[in-house]
Design a protein around this ligand. Structure first.
Ligand SMILES: NC(=O)c1ccc[n+]([C@@H]2O[C@H](COP(=O)([O-])OP(=O)(O)OC[C@H]3O[C@@H](n4cnc5c(N)ncnc54)[C@H](O)[C@@H]3O)[C@@H](O)[C@H]2O)c1
Ligand SMILES: O=c1ccn([C@@H]2O[C@H](COP(=O)(O)OP(=O)(O)O[C@H]3O[C@H](CO)[C@H](O)[C@H](O)[C@H]3O)[C@@H](O)[C@H]2O)c(=O)[nH]1
Length: 334
């Protein structure tokens, strides 16, 4: 099978690339390397193009004759989406429309799209969220993702596109191979920030300790990036028998507060983290935890690598490797 992975040089996309490389896939990566890395492409051919370059995207898809497209490429920092909405709507919406049009034009009918729990906004319930929960994003990033979800659905109805939209909760962890992992600049995600602060003996900001949760800090559902990758592979099989549009949550059904995550890191690494309580971060919902029954029953998927211990151990191994190799954006991974 020949597949195109947009954003395959990024964090989540590169973990799918590593998994597909183990099977008999021909993999091309489309990425502008704006937040991705050459080493994360793992020797797969890289087409270095910005998705907003419509003519280029049309021609890449026409020439590639791909069986399926995995669409990870996006801008995904909530705070940046508030200050620079233009880049979010251009990349996430217009870039995705270019890709969809190019797929239809080329006769490529299978799409797996990376969406987010941010499409739900602030949940109206304290229970875990299923796919029927109303979508009401509270930031530009979430709105851009919901817009493209709706556009994908319309393309499925009109042009016989088949698509799975995956709403990831909080992606975390790193490949057990030690070859790839998370490297963002700036890093906004909790787990790499905790590990960095432990490594550098610098304080970690905890954004708010006055939420209505058991310890006052926000609750999230952390899902191992390797489990996310497995779901994408299963999605290809699902699409063969289930054409049309489908949305799935990818989470673990387990919520962990910021303080609980810090405590597990401290326990595993046998250190005390230096914590600074900071103001609440705008746009942070109090509690976001998935119901994953739909993915488990229909895709036969299990988040089997997603205990906090497994996630943090893998992320710590990666963090140490980054320090040892002093990896930089331009480095090729050896
Ligand atoms: N990491 C998470 O916790 C999380 C949670 C929910 C959803 N997601 C979604 O998963 C996807 C991957 O996220 P990630 O954490 O790997 O992000 P990432 O920034 O590591 O990867 C995104 C990749 O897309 C590329 N890219 C960005 N703009 C592009 C453009 N205009 N043209 C071509 N390539 C472009 C980047 O260079 C990068 O390699 C995104 O769509 C994101 O919205 C991530
Ligand atoms: O240095 C930090 C970083 C984060 N946090 C807190 O930790 C929790 C998790 O924050 P992350 O930035 O790790 O993740 P988010 O839940 O904000 O967002 C992630 O998951 C969302 C879906 O749940 C979106 O998809 C988004 O793209 C993705 O980054 C939040 O309460 C945040 O305030 C801190 O206290 N200190």
């Amino acid at each position: 099978m020949k597949v195109l992975v947009t954003g395959g040089a990024g964090y989540v996309g590169s973990h799918l690339v590593e998994l597909l490389k183990l099977s008999n896939f021909t993999i091309h990566i489309l990425d502008d390397l704006s937040t991705g890395h050459l080493w994360a492409c793992q020797d797969c051919p890289l087409i270095q193009v910005d998705l907003t370059n419509r003519a280029a995207v049309l021609s890449i898809l026409a020439e590639g004759k791909y069986d399926a497209v995995f669409h990870f490429a996006a801008k995904s920092i909530v705070s940046e989406s508030a200050t620079n909405p233009s880049i979010y709507y251009n990349t996430n919406v217009i870039g995705s429309i270019n890709l969809l049009d190019a797929m239809i034009n080329a006769g490529t009918r299978n799409l797996i799209f990376s969406s987010t729990a941010a499409v739900y906004g602030t949940p109206i319930t304290n229970e875990n969220i299923d796919e029927q929960h109303p979508t009401n994003p509270i930031n530009t990033y979430g709105r851009s993702k919901l817009m493209i979800e709706q556009i994908i659905k319309d393309y499925c109805d009109a042009y016989q596109l088949n698509s799975i939209v995956f709403r990831y909760f909080n992606a975390a962890g790193a490949s057990p191979s030690g070859k790839i992992g998370e490297l963002h600049s700036p890093e906004t995600h909790l787990i790499p920030n905790i590990l960095k602060s432990i490594r550098n003996e610098s304080p970690l900001s905890v954004f708010g300790d006055d939420y209505n949760t058991h310890d006052g800090t926000c609750i999230r559902d952390y899902i191992h990036v390797v489990d996310l990758a497995f779901a994408h592979k299963l999605a290809l099989q699902f699409l063969k028998k289930n054409p049309g549009f489908n949305a799935f949550n990818l989470g673990t059904e387990t919520g962990s507060s910021v303080m609980q995550v810090i405590n597990v890191c401290e326990k595993l690494l046998v250190v005390k983290a230096e914590i600074r309580i900071a103001d609440r971060r705008p746009g942070d919902p109090e509690r976001l935890v998935a119901t994953n029954q739909k993915a488990c029953s229909q895709l036969n998927w299990r988040p089997s690598n997603s205990s906090l211990e497994t996630i943090i151990n893998s992320a710590w191994r990666w963090e140490k490797l980054l320090k040892e190799t002093k990896m930089r954006k331009s480095d090729h991974f050896q």
